[in-house]
Design a protein around this ligand. Sequence first.
Ligand code: UDP
Ligand code: MG
Length: 315
Amino acid sequence: MKPPILFIVIPCYNEQEALPITAKRLTELTDDMIARSIIAPESRIVLVDDGSRDATWSVITSLHGADARFEGVKLAHNAGHMNALWAGMTLSAERCDCVITIDADLQDDVNAMYGFLEAFQKGADVVSGVRASRKTDTWFKRTTAQGFYKVMGKLGVEMVYNHADYRLLSKRALEALLSFGEVNMFLRGMVPMLGFKTAQVTYERGARVAGESKYPLKKMIAFAMEGITSLSNKPIRYVLLLGALCALLGMAMAIYVIISLVRGHTVAGWASLMMSVWLLGGLQLMALGLIGEYVGKIYMETKRRPKFILEEHLK
Ligand code: UDP
Ligand code: MG
C-alpha cells in the first residue's frame, strides 16, 4: 500500500523562539518517516501564522525558502488558536490523505505521531493524543484544565479527557469536520460528534521548547466559555430552574406578608423588602447576562462571517 500524504498543521502566534527548534525536530521526524515509507514524500508541514506581532512570519518565509516541505499561511489578524487550526486544515484538505494538528511549542510529544499513523493505517479516522500526566503544567493550569473537563462532562458535552488539539484526522473525517458551518467552534467538542472510528495514543506532555504560553488567563476563560456556550445549552436550563425556585420562594414570601398584614404587624417590612429587591435584582441580571450570551452567539452565526482571512499562502 502506498504511504499516505501527511499534512502537519501548526498554529503559530508569536512563536519566533520556538519555531526554529520545532521546525528542526519536525524535519528530522518527517525525514525518518519518509525514509521508512510511513508517509509519502509529498507530505507537508503547514505553519499558520496567526497574525503574530514578532518575527514569526519571516522565520516561516525562510523555512519555506530553504525546504519546500514547509508551507506558510499568513492570517491577516490574530484570529485565535481554533481559527488558525481551521485555516490550516481547510488549505490542506484537498491535498492530503490525513492531517495532524500540533502546537508550535512541541509540548506534545512528536514521537506519538508514529502511533497516530499506525492507528490510521489500521483504519482509524480520528486519532486523539491523550496526555498521560500534566506534570510539566503549573498547578494552576492543571487544576483549572481538569475542572473544565469535569464541568463539560456534567453539561453533557462529549470530550476526550486530557486531550488537547493534538490529533490525526483522515481525509474524510477532515472533510466532514470542515462541513460544519458554525462560526463559534470548539474543535475538541466537535470532533467526537463526527462519530468515525477513533483511537487514542497516550504520551507524556513536556514543557514548552521555547518562548512563553500564548494563553494568558483571559484567553483561557474565553476559551472555556466558548466551549461551554457553543456546545451546550444546559446553563440556560439551570437558570430556568433557578428562576422557578425563586418564584416558589416569592410565593412563600407573599403568604408570609399577607399573614403579617392580617395580624397587623406591617411596620417592620423593610428588611425583607430590601432583601428581595437585591436578591431578585441579582438573579435577573444573571439570567439576562446568560441569555445575552446566547443571543450574542445567534447574532454572530447569522453574520456567516468567514472564519479567517487569508493574506498569503506559500506552497
Ligand atoms: N496560538 C494561536 N493563536 C493564539 C494563541 C495561541 O495560534 O491567539 C497557538 C500557539 O502559537 C501555540 C498553540 O496555539 O502553537 C497553543 O498555545 P500555547 O502553547 O501558548 O498554549 P498552552 O500550551 O500554554 O495552553
Ligand atoms: Mg503550549
